[in-house]
Structure formats: structure tokens, C-alpha cells
Design a protein around this ligand. Structure first.
Ligand SMILES: [Zn+2]
Length: 140
């Protein structure tokens, strides 16, 4: 199959996925709005609701990020830049696009971003900080 035809197929997939995500996000919001009416004043219930709220908002956060990536991919299809790596501007292999239709980078650039990026370094700093404070608590 020609690359162009594959991209047209992926476009359909992306649109389906986008619509499903929008629906899920709309569903999550209505679920959150309906919560106060269902619950009494019990402290345990309130705590459970808070945890549920947090889970829902984290889920919504993840879904809106994926939705943004899907919108970005659809924008790329409109502009004719879809399937190009954001970083090295090489062609992203179709196998990767089939696995992850909204991939914005090729595997090589993705790997470099994950292993050598500044974000990864600061994450490690946080892990070390947490370990130090944890052992301080244990010995005191
Ligand atoms: Zn690349």
C-alpha cells in the first residue's frame, strides 16, 4: 500500500479516536458534576470522593493530552507535514505510525528525548532527594 493511502487510513483512525476521546472527556465532566448530589456529609465518603475526583481529573488530564496529540496529527495531515519527525524532520516509518498514529517523532529521536533529555536528569534529582529525606525519617 502506498504511504499516502496508509496515511488516509490513519487519518480515519485518528478521527474515530478523537471523537471517542471527546466523548469520554464529556462523560467524565458530567460524572464529576453529578458527584455532590449523590453523597452525604460522611467524612469517609468525602475522602473517597476526593480520591475519585483526583483519579477522574488525572484521567481527564491524560485524555486531553492524548486528544491534543491527535489534533496535532490531524493538523499535520491537513498541512501535509504528517509523518515527519518533529525533531530531525525525517520520515517516520509507517510501522511506527500504524502502532502510534499520532507519533510526532521517529523512534531514534524519541529514544534520545527519553534517555538524554534535561527532564530525565531533573527527575533523577527528585528521586535522590526523596531517598535522602526518607532515610532521615527512619533514623530519627
Ligand atoms: Zn527524528
Amino acid at each position: 500500500m502506498a504511504r499516502k493511502d496508509s496515511i488516509l487510513k490513519l487519518k480515519e483512525l485518528l478521527i474515530l479516536r478523537r471523537d471517542a476521546m471527546r466523548q469520554a472527556l464529556a462523560g467524565d465532566l458530567s460524572l464529576l458534576k453529578s458527584l455532590p448530589e449523590q453523597t452525604g456529609g460522611d467524612i469517609v465518603d468525602a475522602a473517597l470522593d476526593a480520591a475519585q475526583d483526583e483519579i477522574s481529573s488525572k484521567l481527564a488530564d491524560f485524555e486531553s493530552r492524548e486528544l491534543a496529540q491527535i489534533e496535532g496529527a490531524l493538523e499535520g495531515i491537513r498541512k501535509g507535514t504528517y509523518g515527519e519527525c518533529d525533531i530531525c524532520h525525517g520520515k517516520i516509518p509507517l510501522a511506527r505510525l500504524n502502532a502510534l498514529p499520532y507519533a510526532a517523532t521517529c523512534i531514534e529521536c524519541q529514544r534520545v528525548a527519553e534517555t538524554g533529555g534535561a527532564g530525565a536528569v531533573s527527575d533523577w534529582d527528585n528521586v535522590v532527594d526523596n531517598d535522602v529525606s526518607y532515610s532521615d525519617l527512619e533514623t530519627s
